[in-house]
Design a protein around this ligand. Structure first.
Ligand code: ACM
Length: 275
């Protein structure tokens, strides 16, 4: 599988223009024709710094909708699959979502469960767990940005059979880029972290600058490709996704078979002092 990340700089609110620029950048990438799965950032078409819920509602759209249709058209032109983040409107609710699309249409979707900072007053939280979808024979899991700080998200995907985790992001802090190395090692999966670059500057609101450094990490924690902090770029690498089926370390330990779930009860109880 040729796995790619796209680090992108959306212009806030210019949804149609961002759709066109994102697709044009992929098509102009030297390796475009060979990519099997491309991961683009969180909220790649709207930008991130919404003034209020009304502005978000105005920019959000259904799935399927115009943005996923444009992504399907791109997927057909290049014969690939794409994961991209977008603001999804479903009736009265608005989600920070990611869609997986291919030449045949929308394969599936995830609605962000763990909302970061101001997102909590803007978006409705997702109510369903992280999905494991298929790109050909390869099980691909979806999570979004701040989900990274909850190790349960990547763990749930890996235990659910994901070999590759697609992680669209709009990171303003610098920690996730190193944390995905650990997430990849502890689950023995590939992680494609696609962050955005640039800044959202809105009048009357504090500017947010994003930390770039998108990367693809392998099951041994090796960084296979990465982007600079501020660049817009498409980077790709050939991977053998089935390596992620083997959970055995060089020491002989099978880190999934040797889990001790009977001792992990605290994971599903509310926080407290006792075990
Ligand atoms: C984030 O979840 N966008 C930090």
């Amino acid at each position: 599988m040729r796995l790619a990340i796209q680090q992108f700089v959306p212009e806030f609110g210019a949804v149609e223009g961002n759709r066109e620029r994102l697709a044009a950048a992929v098509e102009a990438a030297p390796e475009a024709a060979a990519i099997d799965l491309l991961v683009a950032p969180e909220l790649a078409f709207t930008g991130y710094r919404f003034r209020d819920r009304a502005e978000l509602e105005r920019l959000a759209e259904p799935v399927p909708g115009p943005t996923t249709e444009a992504l399907v058209a791109l997927a057909r032109r290049l014969d690939l699959h794409v994961v991209a983040g977008l603001a999804e409107r479903d009736g009265e609710r608005v989600y920070n979502a990611a869609a997986l699309v291919g030449p045949a249409g929308v394969v599936g979707r995830y609605r962000k469960v763990h909302l970061f900072a101001d997102e909590r007053r803007l978006f409705d939280p997702g109510r369903e767990p992280w999905p494991v979808l298929r790109v050909g024979d390869v099980p691909v899991g979806l999570m979004i940005c701040f989900d990274w700080i909850f190790p349960e998200a990547a763990r749930t995907l890996a235990l659910g059979g994901a070999w590759v985790i697609a992680l669209p992001a709009n990171l303003v802090l610098p920690h996730c880029q190193s944390a995905v190395v650990t997430r990849a090692i502890e689950n023995r999966v590939f992680i494609a972290l696609s962050n955005r670059a640039g800044a959202d500057r809105r009048e009357g609101l504090e500017a947010l600058r994003f930390t770039g450094q998108s990367r693809i990490v392998g099951p041994d924690g090796e960084v296979l490709v990465e982007c600079e902090r501020d660049e817009a770029a498409v980077r790709a690498v050939e991977i053998d996704p089935a390596l992620a089926a083997d959970k055995t370390l060089a020491s002989g330990n099978d880190i999934f078979a040797e889990r001790r779930p009977a001792l992990y009860g605290a994971l599903t109880r509310p926080p407290g002092n006792g075990a």
